[in-house]
Design a protein around this ligand. Structure first.
Ligand SMILES: [Zn+2]
Length: 322
């Protein structure tokens, strides 16, 4: 076993007996910590062909569906207005500030239900999405009218396009070979194009405070790595990127993760997944009440002396042609 982020063989046990906080995958999992870059890697790494079975059917948030009971429709509408939509606008502002891009050809890898991709298109980007979930791809295409392809980056290579922007929101930590993912993203970019990734980073205040109970750890075995900032810089440089820049993900993103760490079982798959009962919806409502204090904690995490926010945006530029 080697560190999945930097390739070092110097690893030691970091978290053991980790359980899936969504209760989807039974058993216990363990993470090894890298002595060279500080990143965590899941041991053993799930086999590529089993990855799809680790996910609940509804993993990313969708907007209200008219076929649902009124109470769930109402909750979805409230969440969209107060939680997701402002986050997505915040993400777009940070992308523009860090890369200077106002428009261009964009590929979102792991576009999920497509709600962020739709915002990107509305903002003037020529946007395409890519996702391995057949249900999400169908939703994004049929309900939102977006250009989304089912598949991974190997599929994208056949799309034969050069992008100004490749986006990966919470994707890197889910794949067994993040180095290969970043290299493939680089190959799809035009020279001087930007990779923008959102990732949970292990060197953050929330990671230190929650330890093995951090919701980004208990997202095992869907989370296969939890990179450090130093590990990300090494990986991006090795893949052909330069000019690494950091941004914080919106306070709401970070606050949401803090709440999930305090109140496991309050996340989207339990609350809205098919066959969901009332209890998870009540937990989801309680989670909403915890959001204001979590926002304060997320704000504190950004103060200059701390290690930085848990949910981080990292951007890097493909080397321009000589
Ligand atoms: Zn490492």
């Amino acid at each position: 076993m080697r560190c999945l982020i930097c390739g070092s063989g110097s690893l030691e046990e970091r978290y053991t007996a980790v359980r899936d906080h969504f209760g989807v995958v039974p058993g216990e999992f363990r993470f090894l910590g890298c002595n060279a870059c500080g990143s965590l890697s899941l041991d053993p790494v799930p086999a590529a062909e089993s990855i799809a079975t680790l996910y609940p059917r509804e993993y990313t948030f969708r907007a209200a569906d008219t076929s649902e009971p009124a109470i769930r429709r109402l909750l979805r509408a409230i969440e969209w207005r107060l939680f997701y939509r402002p986050q997505y606008h915040g993400r777009l502002r940070t992308i523009r500030r860090l890369t200077g891009l106002g428009a261009g050809r964009a590929l979102e890898v792991g576009s999920g239900s497509g709600l962020f991709l739709r915002l990107l298109v509305e903002a003037g980007f020529e946007g395409r999405g890519l996702d391995i979930s057949r249900e999400d791809v169908a939703y994004a295409r049929e309900r939102l009218g977006l250009a989304v392809t089912e598949g991974d980056l190997a599929t994208a290579a056949s799309l034969d396009a050069r992008y100004d922007l490749v986006l990966m929101f919470y994707v890197l930590e889910h794949v067994p070979d993040p180095v290969e993912l970043v290299r493939s993203a680089c190959a799809l970019l035009a020279p001087g194009g930007w990779l923008v990734a959102a990732v949970p980073v292990i060197d953050s205040l929330q990671s230190r405070l929650f330890g093995a109970r951090w919701s980004q750890v208990t997202e095992a075995p869907r989370h296969i790595t939890l990179p450090s900032r130093a590990g990300l810089v090494r990986m991006l440089a090795a893949a052909g990127f330069t000019d690494v820049r950091w941004g914080a993900m919106p306070l709401l993103d970070n606050a949401g993760v803090i709440v999930m760490s305090l109140l496991p079982g309050a996340a989207t798959p339990q609350a809205y997944g098919r066959g969901a009962t009332l209890a998870p919806l009540v937990r989801r409502f309680a989670a909403g009440l915890l959001l204001p204090p979590a926002l304060l904690a997320a704000f504190a995490e950004r103060l200059p002396l701390g290690p930085g926010p848990g949910m981080t945006m990292v951007c890097a530029r493909k080397r321009p042609s000589p």
